[in-house]
Design a protein around this ligand. Sequence first.
Ligand SMILES: [Zn+2]
Length: 560
Amino acid sequence: MKVILLVASLLLLTLVVPAPQSAADIVFKNGNIYTANEQSPKAQAIAVKGDKIVFVGTNEAAQKFVGTNTRVVDLKGNTVLPGFTDSHQHLSGVGQREMTLNLEGTTSLEDLLAKVKARVDQAQPGQWVTGRGWIETHWKPAVFPTRSDLDTVSPNNPVILGRADGHGAVANSAALKLAGVDKTTPNPFGGEISKDKESGEPNGMLLDSAQGIVRRHVPPTTRADEERAVELGVKRDIELGWTQIQDAGGSFADVDIFKKLYAAGTIKLRIYKAVYGPGPNATRLMNEGPTIGAFGNRLTVRSIKVVSDGALGSRGAALLGPYSDSPDTSGFLTVKVEDLRPMLVEALRKGIQVETHAIGDKANRFILDEYETALKAVPPAERKVTDPRWRVEHAQIVNPADIPRFAKLGIIPSMQPSHAIGDLFFAPKRLGIERLAGAYAWESFIKSGVVVPGGSDAPVERGEPMIEFYAAVARKDQTGFSGEGWHPEEAVTRNQALKMFTIWPAYAAFEEKLRGTIEVGKLADLTILSADIMTIPAPEILKTRNVMTVINGEIVYEGS
Ligand SMILES: [Zn+2]
């Protein structure tokens, strides 16, 4: 009897345990898996060996990949998506926001002051208190904070706090005094020192380049601080479920930091990096050539970031007509054509991607024209990369006549859903109702035949995947509000939103064969969530948590 049992169980073992070479390292079972692969959109189980997916299918069929050393993860019905990508983020800015006073989500002036007071109470005498992330538009009343507000909680320590969008900051009297700013200080080029209308004294708000007058006096960050910022940014991103971020601008100094941290094994997030141009960083990238897939397909540097105009909030976005609430201005372009043109031509010849910040309808038309001219000047046979996949970052306000030009030219609009649900509170004033047709026009773009990679632009926005996904499908603010001119028809479907954060960013990074869907042979990047964001009511998306992040087959974050 015993012998029969032994034989039977041996037989069973040989049936169930795979040969060592086909056993997986990890098998994920009992998942509610959305693959973003149209051929087989749903699954229950995934097997991973090394950095790749080796099986996608049913729990039963996955069993044949379970060997003696295989880790089996019971997903208990949690929702699994291809690893989410933030197509537009500023990684070190996200980290710096963590290192200084993080003011994102501040609900009122009182809330802001309470946070500042708590920090000042911990500070040494004379130590600077810096921070970023406040947005006054949801406060009541919706007005900028002043230096006198800050003086009530920090009479002695210098304080400077950036608005989330980076285009303004408020400083207290101690900070202004250190910088020598008073009623006689003139506005610098490209900036404004806000002054009280009656007394003429500075009120604490510093716009655009005027921030520099005070920021110069903040002790500089060290290389160690910058490395720490990257580590903290990566930690936050991974906890939130991002598996790759596309870092929209910066320099080779950033690249050196990434390389050091990858080599030391302290960061695991994938980074698709652009450097600013025209200028020395762009020139260096074109001379040295791109870096593709270093550190286990984690680091790619093959893109130049151009900034062609400002932002809508500060009326720096370049418009085809005047601002509706300020008829004497229509914004301004921020790149010189004579610098841009030769760079675009060289980038095509050398196989370098170009991604350009364009917010206003004039900036969008300008960059489409410039891209078109360069594409004509360098025909496919003379390009190092035939299909260069150039991008427009933001593509926020686009004249409807220009929308089809993206598909025609093969240009990718890289867009940030959270910008719409924040900006649409003031965009109708800036633009008038009519120009909002073609603003944040995600669905029109998709219907025109382009892919729309989605991003957050953090730290300009919070940088949370669930806020972005919700904004894309709901096109309402986080309380469910949507007003006149919000164009609800531009919201996307859940399936489209899934692609915006998975396969479309992969395409925009030339990585669609490598990642972006859950398919055999692709890199094992997974974002695992507490709820099914493909079916739950939209407001519940905002309550959904990331429970596990997998990059290159490694569980890099596991929530409690
Ligand atoms: Zn940005």
